[in-house]
Design a binder for this molecule. Structure first.
Ligand code: FEO
Length: 401
């Protein structure tokens, strides 16, 4: 059990997940993840905001009891229904039969669909308020598709605190402290980029819409559902989410993603990396797509302004690990990158065709014509790859950051 005071009236009652290897059974969690939940105690009513994953339900209940004893919390406010936050609600309702579940119409339909609960619920709309006493009022704003259609945020007016759901969240368990001012936050930033790229990355336009909607709010604290509570570094975090959701590269580096069965395409990728370095690119990230985890590749693709993709033809199509990466780029609608394509084949030049088709769906800008080569790379092929990389470097060096 853990509780932390965020203010006199807002308490942290979340948990750390350090035993699951994967988030959503997809994304590695080398530093764990936190499932943040909060208890807001007003002069008359008490509200839990956001829940925890089901296996941590008893921890959450113990945390609640340590703050309000045997009193029943009045409300459970659900900003987001993904089961990492809603999984424990049936256990909560069994512990607290009088607990009123608060959500918008889509949320409450999901509460019934996932957990069969449809009594003692309170439906709220965009802009509605919930009074917890003469000292505290909660206000709701719908922010669909950040990250599911039902997502909303809750604003505690008197404390200028935004309970933001997944927005501004990151991977990484909380190592003791909860609020950013009490910890070294540096490990959380790479994990925020990786979290965004994997989980929210497809929904950039909706994140932008939500940011615009919240623009007029005075916010001094952000309580998201994953990672630290942001107070001192709030501006930095909002700026990072703003840039990521505008698909704005975070630096002028290059991410090289390649596949290679017997080392021929790898030699070309290495030659391109060498040419980039010689042309002054300092941030060069290289991934063998068959070895690197997709989440780290996506994170680097969302970071770099330049991208080089190199892959062989396989079964008359694109080498599967690289095809997987390109599909993930396309699903997320990655934009605003300069891209070089290099394809290899033994008898049928399919890889370049498949990569080009995928790039078209993304609307990404090609630097030079795709390079296609047969069997082992000749000196001419290596030279052509170096020239493409140098042309890419020139674009990046001249790019404003
Ligand atoms: Fe942390 Fe979309 O759930």
């Amino acid at each position: 059990m853990r509780t932390n005071r965020i203010s006199d009236k807002v308490h942290y009652i979340g948990v750390n997940g350090r035993s699951a290897n994967l988030f959503e059974s997809l994304w590695p969690l080398p530093q764990g993840v936190s499932y943040n939940s909060y208890l807001v105690v007003g002069s008359e009513k008490t509200a839990i905001i956001d829940g925890v994953e089901v296996s941590y339900a008893l921890q959450q209940i113990d945390a609640i009891k340590s703050i309000i004893g045997d009193r029943c919390p009045d409300y459970l406010i659900i900003n987001h229904m993904e089961p990492d936050h809603s999984g424990a609600i049936r256990v909560l309702r069994e512990a607290y039969p009088d607990l009123t579940i608060v959500g918008n119409a889509q949320t409450l339909a999901m509460v019934k669909g996932f957990y069969g609960l449809d009594v003692n619920t309170l439906a709220v709309k965009d802009g509605d308020q919930l009074v917890l006493g003469d000292d505290l009022t909660l206000k709701f704003a719908l922010t669909p598709m950040v990250h599911w259609p039902e997502t909303m945020v809750t604003y505690l007016e008197q404390e200028k605190t935004l309970f933001s759901g997944d927005a501004f969240g990151c991977f990484g368990a909380l190592n003791g402290a909860v609020v950013d001012s009490d910890m070294d936050t540096s490990p959380y930033y790479p994990e925020m980029i990786r979290y965004y790229s994997c989980i929210v990355g497809k929904y950039g336009q909706f994140v932008q819409r939500a940011l615009k909607k919240l623009e007029g709010l005075e916010i001094s604290t952000i309580c998201s559902t994953h990672g630290p509570v942001w107070r001192d570094e709030l501006d930095k975090v909002v700026d990072l989410y703003d840039r990521l959701s505008r698909y704005e590269p975070l630096d002028n580096g290059v991410t090289i993603v390649y596949g290679s069965m017997y080392g021929n395409t790898e030699r070309v990728a290495e030659a391109a990396a060498d040419a980039l370095a010689q042309s002054g690119v300092r941030k060069i990230r290289v991934h063998n797509a068959a070895v690197s985890d997709l989440s780290y590749i996506l994170s680097d693709l969302f970071t770099s302004a330049g991208v080089i993709i190199a892959a062989p033809t396989y079964s008359d199509s694109l080498f599967p690990p690289v095809a997987h990466v390109m599909e993930a780029m396309s699903v997320r609608g990655l934009k605003n990158r300069h891209v070089v394509l290099i394809g290899s084949h033994t008898w049928s030049p399919q890889s370049v065709k498949k990569m080009s088709a995928c790039l078209e769906t993304c609307g990404l800008e090609l630097t030079g014509d795709p390079l296609s080569f047969k069997q082992a790379p000749t000196d001419d092929v290596l030279g052509a790859a170096r020239s493409l990389a140098s042309a890419l470097a020139e674009k990046l060096v001249n790019r404003q950051q």
